[in-house]
Write a protein that binds this ligand. Structure first.
Ligand SMILES: *Cc1c(COP(=O)(O)O)cnc(C)c1O
Length: 377
């Protein structure tokens, strides 16, 4: 089955009990047992719920894994994955991963004896140099935020396979529609489903997928023990959003390509970061490992003052954190998502004061360009 068909027919097709075409919201906590331990596969909704199971099976199908798990947020998914590991474990992590991932590893899991070293994952030598005898996993995002840096997943998976480590990839930016890390050698894929998968700025959710049965059993053990599950209502909203992932991603990308090309022709924009541009340093790898480039980009307008001027002038671009929704969103990383990083460190990473990030939505691209034109001039 091709991806667009899998997005419609993947996972659980409707409700076997009633024939309902959409999986119903099973708003239930517990299930009647005919005799002790004799039941229809569900005992208690922390352990399993049919609506949650539908979204779990669905993400497993479209990511090319065998088992999926739905959590109350992307951070709950990432944290539950980290809880697969023991005290004393060491992780090598991308130095430009989502701020919440950095925070949970360096301020929460460090308290439980799990260590992390943050490196530039586009540099396989830097990864190798950070590996220690107690390293258990490499965790990365590609493309990353906000500079859309591209890491070669297959190249990193050679290291993890060679050294018996797990490779964990956060696939939030690309979505399974464009990129399938499990097929490139990753062991675990995580998502903030709050973003493109939900797609409508109306649900906070997280997903994880594995391709190994034993690892799936272990992650289910953590999910059931810790209990950071996604509720049935939110599972249903997420399922509904994901059905249109294909058409949405095609449009996000079409609009993003157009805007990136338009921005890169302007003399008053110092830099445009979009992996779909052939000038982007990660373009060739992105083209090889994915089927598209997504709808996220950033560009440098030169100064903090000019960035603020643009923000104050745009109306169709909503000033907000988050990304991946039908409406275009705009943010200034240095003052918002990355404000907690010291200015010096931001400069090292290339997150300048004039950097603007946009999540290109599904409006008519001509309106978006007209508005950017007005805001920039
Ligand atoms: C938003 C985000 C997260 C965290 O997800 P939540 O649903 O907000 O908890 C993790 N990774 C990436 C890449 C994100 O953009």
């Amino acid at each position: 089955m091709r991806m667009k068909t899998r997005l419609i027919h993947g996972g659980v097709d409707g409700d076997p009990a009633t024939g309902a075409v959409s999986v119903p919201i099973y708003q239930v906590s517990t299930y009647k047992q005919e005799a002790v331990g004799k039941h229809k596969g569900y005992e208690y909704s922390r352990t399993g719920n049919p609506t949650r199971f539908a979204v779990e099976q669905y993400i497993a199908d479209i990511e090319g894994g065998i088992r999926g798990f739905a959590f109350g947020s992307g951070m709950a998914a990432i944290s539950s994955v980290v809880m697969l590991f023991d005290k004393g474990a060491h992780f090598v992590v991308g130095n430009d991963v989502y701020g919440g991932t950095f925070r949970v590893l360096s301020k929460v899991f460090n308290r439980f004896g799990i260590e992390a070293t943050f490196v530039n994952t586009t540099d396989t030598n830097a990864i190798k140099a950070a590996i220690r005898p107690n390293t258990k996993a490499i965790m990365l995002e590609t493309p990353s935020n906000p500079l859309l840096t591209v890491t070669d997943i297959a190249a990193v998976s050679e290291i993890t396979q060679d050294q018996n480590l797990y490779l964990i990839v956060d696939n939030t930016f690309m979505t399974p529609y464009w990129q399938n890390p499990l097929e490139l050698g990753a062991d675990i894929v995580v998502h903030s489903a709050t973003k493109y998968l939900g797609g409508h700025s109306d649900v906070v959710a997280g997903l994880a997928v594995v391709k190994d049965q034993a690892l799936g059993d272990e992650l289910h053990f953590v999910q059931n023990s810790v209990g950071a599950i996604l509720g049935p209502q939110d599972s249903w909203i997420l399922l509904r959003g994901m059905k249109t992932l294909g058409v949405r991603m095609e449009e996000h990308e079409k609009n993003a390509r157009r805007i990136a090309a338009w921005l890169s022709e302007r003399k008053d924009i110092t830099k445009v970061f979009y992996p779909g541009l052939t000038s982007h340093p990660g373009h060739d790898i992105a083209a090889r490992q994915g089927r598209g480039f997504g709808g996220m980009m950033s560009f440098d307008v030169g100064s903090l003052e000019r960035a603020n001027q643009v923000l104050s002038r745009v109306k169709l671009f909503t000033l907000a954190e988050s990304l991946g929704a039908v409406e275009s969103l705009i943010s200034v990383p240095a003052q918002m998502t990355h404000a907690s990083i010291p200015a010096e460190r931001r400069a090292e990473l290339g997150i300048t004061d004039g950097l603007i990030r946009i999540s290109v939505g599904l409006e008519d691209v001509e309106d978006l360009i007209e508005e950017l034109e007005r805001a920039l001039s």
